[in-house]
Design a protein around this ligand. Structure first.
Ligand code: HEC
Length: 136
């Protein structure tokens, strides 16, 4: 079957819509590794999901950690800001108890959940990549 023009333009529309939601860290290599995001998913399930939801959708009083609302709040901030927030504020009953490596993995998992791509280099405490495209 010949590809139709309608099919091609639907694909283009899809691609352009996808492109607008993909944030800044795209293009250059992403700021975390797949291994970090995968480890983060496990910590998230154990320590965070009961409040923020298994799909990061948020709870009754807890904000979502993925999607438009999260990005609107964090797109002008850096991965370092997010690490600091988690390290000093989360989980609320025992902030900081998870330690730096685990908190970095949680940041990686949250970034991946917001469609920010991974890259070859692990995130460290010195990584400070802006989370979204918007000018701060
Ligand atoms: C007992 C419930 C609870 C647990 C467990 C919890 N959080 Fe939270 N979290 C909250 C609440 C409530 C807020 C909003 C108030 C605030 O910002 O302090 C919040 C806010 C956040 C924010 C800021 C979201 C925004 O919109 O700015 C991040 C990021 C976050 N949490 C990450 C985590 C991570 C990572 C974990 C697991 C280590 C975790 N939280 C565990 C209740 C929780």
């Amino acid at each position: 079957m010949m590809p139709t023009l309608a099919g091609a333009s639907a694909l283009l529309l899809f691609l352009s819509q996808t492109a607008t939601v993909l944030p800044a860290a795209q293009g250059a290599a992403g700021p975390y590794t797949v291994a970090q995001a995968e480890a983060g998913a496990l910590s998230y399930a154990a320590e965070c999901a009961r409040c923020h939801g298994s799909k990061l959708q948020g709870g009754f009083e807890e904000p979502p950690l993925a999607g438009e609302r999260f990005m609107a709040k964090w797109e002008t901030q850096t991965t370092h800001d997010l690490l600091n927030f988690i390290a000093t504020r989360m989980p609320p009953q025992r902030p900081g108890f998870l330690g730096e490596a685990q908190n970095l993995e949680l940041v990686a998992f949250i970034l991946r959940s917001n469609n920010i791509p991974s890259g070859p280099n692990p995130m460290t405490r010195n990584t400070a990549v802006q989370i979204g495209n918007k000018q701060p």
